[in-house]
Write a protein that binds this ligand. Structure first.
Ligand code: PYL
Length: 273
């Protein structure tokens, strides 16, 4: 997982309404509706507890505006959310004292949402994969029977692959690490997803697929030559796998943000009845 920078996220707090309009133009649905589609939690069934977001100073430390960005996304979805004054253990104590029912926090390895009342936990990597698969399902008008290439077999790729299969897609997996690629195919098999395949080489797979989830930390590996007139790309997080030219060719058929869809899926995940 690539570590975000303040530059990647500083725009989020002031652009959520325009981002919703972009999502409606691309998928016909809002951020809330995509999170609902990903989690199968209807908006009317959400139990909206107060949400405390806790900055963590461990590892490489606090990312400027990270907690505020998470807070703005969760508030945009109708939750009462606050960033604690204190970080770390003091922040957790403060969140509980301020009657938070859900806490969210991220160190350098994991970003989690925890419902303190039900024990429900959602992990950003897996939730992001699921959220993007849901957005893609809406963007292409239904994935049933369609072939999708997942590049990257980490937590995001795993969440995406399982969700894509759930929407009826035929999933192909590529990862630069053959062991990790095979491990994901084996995991899908263990979940009764029997038609997932491992791609031997990336290049031919990029040419053969018109629907691609870019779930790997590489930049600029999907170029104009790999794209067809009706290619759809879902690209969670930073950096973007598309080149500048590829980006221009994709236009409205690209789903990409640094945090929004993943955070929306997480808070829906832990707020189910
Ligand atoms: C959760 C993001 C999504 C992509 N990469 C992940 C990342 O940047 N992780 C590090 C988050 C550190 C947050 C810091 C803070 O401000 O509380 N500990």
């Amino acid at each position: 997982m690539t570590r975000l920078t303040t530059e990647d996220i500083y725009h989020i707090t002031t652009s959520l309404n325009s981002y919703d309009l972009q999502l409606i133009a691309k998928t016909g649905h809002t951020l809330a509706q995509i999170a609902s589609h990903a989690t199968k939690v209807k908006e009317e069934d959400l139990v909206r507890l107060r949400v405390g977001i806790i900055p963590l100073t461990c590892g490489m430390g606090i990312i400027g505006r990270f907690s505020e960005s998470v807070q703005s996304i969760v508030s945009h979805l109708g939750f009462d959310a606050f960033v604690t004054e204190a970080p770390d253990a003091g922040g957790l104590a403060e969140a509980v004292q301020r009657k938070a029912g859900v806490v969210m926090m991220a160190d350098d390895d994991r970003f989690v949402a925890i419902n303190l009342k039900t024990g429900l936990v959602s992990d950003n990597g897996e939730a992001t994969g699921r959220g993007y698969a849901a957005g893609l399902d809406l963007m292409v008008g239904g994935l049933k029977g369609k072939e999708v290439l997942v590049v990257g077999a980490g937590p995001v790729g795993r969440g995406a692959a399982e969700a894509l299969a759930g929407f009826g897609a035929k999933v192909s997996i590529y990862d630069i690490d053959p062991k990790r690629k095979e491990a994901l195919v084996d995991y899908l098999l263990s979940r009764n997803i029997t038609d997932a395949v491992a791609e031997g080489r990336l290049e031919p797979a990029l040419y053969r697929h018109r629907i691609i989830i870019d779930a790997c930390p590489a930049a600029d590996y999907i170029d104009l030559e790999h794209l067809q007139g009706d290619s759809f790309i879902a690209a969670p997080g930073i950096p973007l796998g598309l080149t500048e030219e590829g980006l221009r060719a994709c236009g409205e058929r690209l789903l990409h943000d640094p945090l929004e869809i993943g955070v929306a899926t997480m808070i829906y995940d832990v707020s189910r009845f």
